[in-house]
Design a protein around this ligand. Sequence first.
Ligand SMILES: [Zn+2]
Length: 481
Amino acid sequence: MIGKKNVVAWLMMLMTVLCFSSPASVSAASFPDVSKSHRAYDEVMYLANKKILSGYTDGTFKPGSYVTRSEAASMIGRALQLKGGYRQTEYRDVPKGHYASGYIQDMSSDNILSGYGNGYFGVSDKLTREQMASILSRAWSFKETSNLSFTDVPKSSPTYVPINKLATAGIVGGYPNGKFGPKDYIMRADFALMLARVLNPEFRSKPAEPKPEPPPPLPPTSTPIAQAQVTADFLNVRTGPDANNSAIGMLRYGTTVDVYTKLSNGWAYIKSSSLTGYVHGGYLKYGFSDTSNPSNPLSGKIIVVDAGHGDHDPGASGYGMKEKDLTLIVSKHLRDYLEDAGATVVMTRETDIFHELEERVSIAKKAKGDVFVSVHINSFNGKAHGTETYYSSDNAMSEENKKLATFIQKRMMSSDLDMEDRGVKKGPFYVIKYQKNMPSTLVELGFIDHKDDALRLASDTWRKKAANAIHLGIKDYFSNK
Ligand SMILES: [Zn+2]
């Protein structure tokens, strides 16, 4: 979207061209250092012909030189058809006699430009790429936003929105590595590209910059240099070390990976149990203590996951939620984490169906499971809250049952779930008492009728974290066997 100011500027510019241009002046500009094959040739010629920018006295354009803040103000001021000239300004470093004083003051009055807030404009400082984006987005009132983003412009950055607006309008592209370089000084060639695209939408459809060939994947060195955990909900694994490379798969929150190479651009070469490739290192957490054995203790294990209740048996309820729905969601997340870690998962149910308790035990027995984990959610009187994990001491697996429950409860408490520790408890529940062929446990994630616990249970991010904690607890159990 382009604001009214631009329309006015356009009409004025059109009139100028119609009334005062001669064919000779239109084709006059040419610079020995901007050849026809230069990436910004068309844009530089376009702006030079409009007398918005000009070369140096030696006839060159110097496309690789940086633009100062006063040069930028004059060029943008001319593009906006502002008055310019010599004016008193509000800045201590821009005297009336300065060649850009009129444009600087015009644009400051219109809130298109601003100084440093200390009385200085920074008249000789170089303009950064993010400053350019802010000025253009204010001057031409770009409004539309999208989810385009650059790896080095976080949402928290004050220039995220202006950069996003310009990217959405096709005015700015990033560098080939997916970065924008917000603090980099802008070169005259890029300044011309951006300004021409603002003024003439025909320049916008051109590809921003040529994409490089994706580099071939590095072979992993024989031993990883570190282990790390994924901190994004989903993290793309790519064929090369930047966002231009195609994704070969995704890793879930909490997945543990071996890191083989850390690159200077922030990307890392990693290996999970199922994927090998490059990920953005900003979504990896290093230095966590994984007690597991690197040889992947879950690989080949059969884990039976039992989502409590189902169909006409809703289990507990509170705050508009039913236990049977939440246990199924968490169980599916748990299945995904376990499968990513190389385990085989058998679910007692994957939809909203009902099984008798005997049926759940016999599914596990038939599957020849290595462990059985039943997922439940508590309720009491609205006042109780927290996580507890149960085991049975009434069968031959008693010792192993307790170990399994303890590892899971420990992970539930150390995984940033913010739950009260109600401990590891003996329980008489059918599905664990009669699970005689494999260690078994029953996790009560929290209380559905308690307002704080309910809030957490309602969050899918929390549910993923809880599922990941159970998965890590099971992994710890096997690592310590
Ligand atoms: Zn239950």
